[in-house]
Write a protein that binds this ligand. Structure first.
Ligand code: PHE
Length: 334
């Protein structure tokens, strides 16, 4: 009786356990065979009960082995058809955003918080939008400041040298108040080195409304440098751009705490971040905005330059080589 309930209660976890069960009960030297050989020694009056009992045990054992075997087999069929559904999935490799996109998105976020939208323009541009409407008359020496790639068959067409071309396009299609930033790729015919490349990225900013003053420009840029770099000491150095008057370069006080600060600021602690100024009345006129009613400011900054500062990247060429060892380092940033 005990053997019957043991045989009945058996549950095989795996094939080895089933085999052990078969050996114990149903092999040549197993319990069943032993019990059958005992049969001849059983007294005649007990033979009937004894015989029934071992036959019952035999049926149970055979049935158990058959059904367990079957369960294993059908389980295996399922596995080979669907794969093992209980296995953990293969991890999906996540890529990383490119540092240029990271910095660009950061700039967009900072300015969208104060009401700027995002605008774009073409990279293959005409002379009017890139130069003429921005107060660079033909033969003006300031055109040489921007080594231009011209389209050979048509010198009226060129690869835009700055995102200021988007200002012109935006003013053509929108009336003030205007608050827009224009991120994008620009091209200059410069020798490629660790510090400069013929392709890079800028973000342009344009703000036009009634009574916009230089103080508004300064305050907006101070807000930006605080958000972007966590630095709140800035200075505006007089400069020249044909499309702004007055014009300035914005410097941020980076500090002189570390070796790197000394190296990147040439020992002064100050770093040039962008060009800016009040939009020249000629530029407003060229885009049919009345300079007696409206005024505005504009600014333009290099994305690679900021990325190099923020992530301490020593060579601008790294951005375009797509070396995964470089790109992977930005995985934790969004
Ligand atoms: N377009 C200028 C440059 O590429 C930057 C700039 C933009 C300066 C807007 C003033 C105003 O250097």
């Amino acid at each position: 009786k005990e053997l019957i309930s043991e045989a009945e209660a058996f549950k095989a976890e795996n094939k080895d356990a089933l085999e052990a069960y078969r050996i114990k009960f149903a092999s040549k030297k197993g319990i069943l065979n032993d019990l059958f050989s005992e049969f001849k020694n059983v007294p005649a009056e007990a033979k009937k009960d004894y015989g029934q009992a071992i036959n019952a045990l035999k049926t149970i054992v055979e049935e158990k082995i058959r059904s367990t075997q079957e369960a294993f087999e059908s389980n295996e069929e399922t596995k080979s058809f669907y794969g093992d559904l209980t296995r953990p999935g293969t991890p999906i490799e996540l890529g990383a955003r490119h540092p240029i996109s990271l910095v660009k998105n950061q700039v967009i976020n900072i300015f969208s918080n104060i009401g700027f939208n995002v605008s774009e323009g073409p990279e293959i541009e005409d002379d009017w939008h890139n130069f003429e409407a921005l107060n660079f008359p033909e033969h003006h020496p300031a055109r040489d400041m921007q080594d231009t790639f011209f389209v050979q068959t048509n010198p009226e067409m060129l690869l835009r040298t700055h995102t200021s071309s988007v200002q012109t396009r935006y003013m053509e299609n929108n009336k003030p108040p205007i608050r827009t930033i224009s991120p994008g790729r620009v091209y200059r015919n410069e020798a490629i080195s660790a510090r400069s490349h013929c392709i890079f990225h800028q973000v342009e900013g344009l703000y036009i409304d009634k009574d916009v003053s230089f103080a508004d420009l300064k305050q907006t840029l101070l807000y930006f440098t605080k958000e972007m770099f966590g630095k709140s000491k800035i200075r505006l150095r007089p400069s020249y751009f044909p499309f702004t008057e007055p014009s300035a370069e914005l410097d941020v006080y980076w500090g002189l705490k570390t070796e790197t600060d000394y190296r990147i600021t040439k020992g002064t602690g100050w770093l040039e971040i962008m060009g800016c100024g009040m939009v020249d009345p000629n530029v407003l006129k060229a885009s049919n905005i009345d300079p007696t009613k409206y005024s505005g400011f504009a600014f333009g900054m290099g994305i690679e330059r900021m990325a190099m500062l923020l992530y301490q990247i020593g060579d601008i060429r790294m951005f375009y080589e797509n070396d995964v060892r470089f790109l992977e380092q930005f995985k934790s940033n969004f």
